[in-house]
Design a protein around this ligand. Structure first.
Ligand SMILES: [Mg+2]
Length: 398
């Protein structure tokens, strides 16, 4: 069990595929083939790195660094403007972006007073409004209290007293409210989104999911089942639940494949853990860095590739995620594919700044087997800039 920010990160990943959609029951898996970390995680890393080096970097610098490193993580309009200009927005956001990134403050603050003060400081660059500052402080303090042994009742009483929150409402009643706001999207989308993203309400919703639960996993599921801004609800609730119960190792191990090495390293520094990157290509790369190279299989015209191909092509009308490196597999001999993979190796060696995310090339449409293709990548085992599909890793590390 780990009491740390990994709990918030996993909430974000688990909620990422359910944003503004509703799950019909509490029986769903936490991880899917489209799951990805989002802005909640990227900026949690920013606050975490700031907490680790407060004497050397400002919160602004750290937010800018991580936001610019992961520009497709899904930021709101105001934060995008901050990333562009580097200047604080005088009209701060009232949304939950300050509370979604604050968990490192709760885990690292020495005292409750320091948690309050640093939570405020971490909010100011983009969320200098009373509700958004209070939201960040409430999540940070809930985490601090949970980590330091407070009961749920003590946490609830303190937050009600300090922030005027209503935390005695039943879970189902709060969920009905959220579902009503979700339904409002069809008539008044702008107003619905304002309500679904407001720090003041969503922080209370997330805390209600935590208070109604008996474990870390139940908290994540209740936060997502509530509906609305699922990744952020589960991220906020997940941070508090992780501080209260800890996160089971088996859940963390499943989450690691979704996380880049630079994030795992920050998480280890805050949580006191020593998780290693999996070396496995994540199922979805749309929030990863733009200069991360997706290596995908395709045909000669580069018009009929597999999933990695779509990850690259999606950029034309949606996000603009990764650079693509085509390997022409469809209709090509095994020797020819091997020669191309050799050239890829040269490309890897001449670009030490890039990460290469190799998809399961040559298998589905080209018709080869992982046993035939994976040996071409034996050179990549142990190279932490080259991630391979799980089937290749399994064969190569035998
Ligand atoms: Mg998000």
């Amino acid at each position: 069990m780990t009491k740390g920010i990994i709990g918030a990160v996993i909430g974000d990943i688990a909620g990422s595929v359910h944003e503004f959609s509703s799950v019909s029951s509490m029986r769903f898996g936490l991880f899917t083939s489209s799951s990805s970390f989002t802005d909640d995680t990227a900026l949690t890393m920013a606050v975490a790195e700031w907490m680790l080096n407060r004497d050397k970097v400002s919160i602004d610098e750290s937010l800018l660094k991580w936001g610019r490193t992961y520009p497709n993580a899904g930021y709101g309009q105001g934060f995008k403007a901050f990333l562009k200009t580097g200047k604080r927005n005088p009209e701060g956001s009232t949304h939950n972006g300050s509370a979604m990134r604050v968990s490192p403050v709760g885990f690292m603050a020495d005292t409750l007073e320091q948690a309050l003060e640093l939570a405020k400081e971490s909010a100011l660059p983009s969320h200098d409004t009373p509700g958004a500052i209070a939201g960040a402080q409430a999540i940070a303090v809930a985490i601090w209290m949970a980590k330091n042994g407070s009961s749920k009742e003590d946490i609830k009483t303190y937050l009600e007293k300090t922030f005027g929150y209503r935390l005695s409402r039943r879970y189902n009643e709060v969920r009905d409210d959220v579902q009503m706001r979700l339904a409002m999207r069809s008539t008044d989308k702008a107003k619905a989104h304002e309500l679904l993203l407001a720090a003041e309400t969503t922080v209370q919703d997330a805390l209600t999911a935590f208070l109604a639960s008996d474990s870390y996993e139940e908290t994540i599921k209740r936060a997502i089942y509530m509906g609305g801004d699922s990744d952020t609800l589960a991220c906020m609730a997940g941070g508090v639940a992780a501080a209260f119960w800890g996160v089971p190792d088996d859940i963390i191990k499943k989450a690691l494949v979704y996380l880049p090495d630079d994030m795992i390293s920050i998480i280890n520094s805050i949580d006191g853990t020593s998780w290693k990157p999996t070396g496995i290509t994540p199922p979805s790369t749309k929030r990863w860095r733009e200069d991360d190279v997706v290596v995908y299989g395709t045909n000669d015209d580069d018009t009929n590739g597999e999933q990695g191909f779509f990850d690259v092509r999606i950029s034309r009308f949606h996000h603009h995620p990764n650079t693509g490196y085509p390997v022409y597999t469809i209709g090509h001999s095994i020797d020819d594919i091997a020669a191309q993979v050799d050239r890829l190796r040269t490309d890897v060696e001449s670009h030490p700044e890039r990460r290469y995310l190799v998809r399961e090339i040559g298998i589905s449409k080209a018709g080869y087997t992982p046993q035939q293709i994976s040996p071409m990548f034996s050179w990549a085992i142990g190279n932490d800039r080259v991630l391979l599909p799980e089937s290749f890793v399994r064969i190569l590390s035998r």
